[in-house]
Design a binder for this molecule. Sequence first.
Ligand code: CA
Length: 674
Amino acid sequence: MKHPSTLFLPILFLTAGMFWPASRTFGRTICPTLDKETKPSTTPAGTEATVCGPDGLLQVTVHCPAGGKISYALTYNGKQILEPSPLGLRTTAGDFTGGMTLTGQEERAIDENYSIDRIKTSQVHYRANELTCSFTNGEGGEMQLTFRVSGNDVALRYTLPRQGDTGSVRVLKEETGFRFPEETTTFLCPQSDAMIGWKRTKPSYEEEYKADAPMDEPSLYGHGYTFPCLFHVGEKGWVLVSETGVDSRYCASRLENSGNLYQITFPMAEENNGNGNPEPAFALPGHTPWRTLTVGETLAPIVETTVPWDVVEPRYQSAHEYKPGRGTWSWILWQDESINYDDQVRYVDLAAAMGYEYVLIDNWWDTNIGKERMEELIRYAKSKGVNPILWYSSSGYWNDIVQGPVNRMDNAIIRKQEMAWLQRQGVKGIKVDFFGGDKQETMRLYEEILSDADDHGLMVIFHGSTILRGWERMYPNYMGSEAVLASENLIFDQHYCDNEAFNACLHPFIRNTIGCMEFGGCFLNKRLDKGNDGGSIRRTTDVFELATCVLFQNPIQNFALAPNNLEDAPQVCLDYLKQMPTTWDETRFIDGYPGRYIALARRHGDTWYVAAVNATDAPLTLKLDLPMLKAGADISLYSDGKQLQPQMETTQLQRGGTLQLTIRPQGGAVLVQQ
Ligand code: CA
């Protein structure tokens, strides 16, 4: 592709071919109505450009005085959601942060359908209006800025054509900002220092959120915040900011703020043990990842958003079929001591008893069991209908990890030999842990592991990692990322058990909205140790734990069950967990507030699951509006009994399609209707 305008021609999803003529109403907020035309419209230069979503409610206005700085603002339903916020890139091939002139704009409509088997919904109809603005920087440099605006989402990215003889760039700084109205409060997860924590493995997106914090409160470590970032713009609504489409051709970014202005920031120089450049680089023509905003008057558009997948495309087709499913893993409760042949057999048997597809064999298997006996263990598991997933360290020079296997995933030659061995054994997946940070070279490692694994028919789960950024759609064998203060912390420290309900009421609104979350939860032990008699004390009820299986979405769920649960857990819980799906055809937000409570519905096939949990310290009565459920048909209601014991009864919707429930503090409820 030689000329920048050709960049836009190969886009594959022009399925419906609907276009409208540009309606230029500079300085006003009138959105164009959709009109059927046959080609995109192009209008000459100005100082302002506007684009709205298909229903006209979400509007982006781009502003650039001749020879000035580019800014944009956002309104929803006429209300200002983002105040004028900066845009621009400073690169080694030119400075596009000032001296800019808008030289042209082009609009088109996008109408695309796609299917996907491992996110919150299985059929997506993506309709958006796309605005591409062209700019020059006064020194002959050209840049384009593309906005895609759907009903509640904005995705924006920069494209750079070749700049004369210059065919590659390093991006030194991205100015992209998000300036929120003064009434805004935040729900953010701080970025940690680099090279701290267990064996110097951070950052790994495992810090604690603050709910409803003021914008002027400093970030805990002074390094801003990791995506996704949730903002409550007072009475006007909610905004989620994140990014998607990040692959080997860019770094992962985060936000840093000064007052009410939050801006894109690249990784810290200290990440990856100080090795590697924090500044991303790519060949020209090329583009940045998408920066995304999801806007809603309620939290429903945030919880239900599909923007991380709407604007990306599969990076490769797979010759293999990958199956989501359920698994057991000994490490979560029995820890390192359980990585021996006999204990792994017990967890294989537990998976078989539950009808689960997978067993995750965690760190130290290479030395504690050894490859020869592993081959025997894998054969045993497969004879029981259970497929092993094997743990690896990402290894390399970026941390001090000693858990094995080490040094098998960071080198292409060794990695492919290892994966060939896994494929010969019939292993279906790997879990790769302890990555070095967010620099581009780590993004390249994620992509290379995925690509090589696909060549060997292996699914991949990442732990000790960054968040995913559209990866379920981009990589056909990608099956999950941790990137959350996950279930292991409940074992490590009572503090996290005391806050389990609070955190569970954040994730469906924040971390889990942008993609799968490998949390590894659902404990039925009351005490979180092997004997079920020591260690930290679980504060949540059993039904709360059952509800998290619906609230937390990951295509492979490794549940925190232990063999003793077959004897000591209530049968109603085991029966529920045996039939628990891990893939969803539809997700609908019902009610809730981040950190306080949530009620969420997900559909698998014809079966609806409605899960609700309460993180407040008082009983919570909810009148749930449930239009997705059938009136007059039976509903299985799982709830906390008088002694907080799990119970299941049959009920039906009340008049008007509602159901009233009272949920105990740190308790839950699940409704199931087939
Ligand atoms: Ca972890």
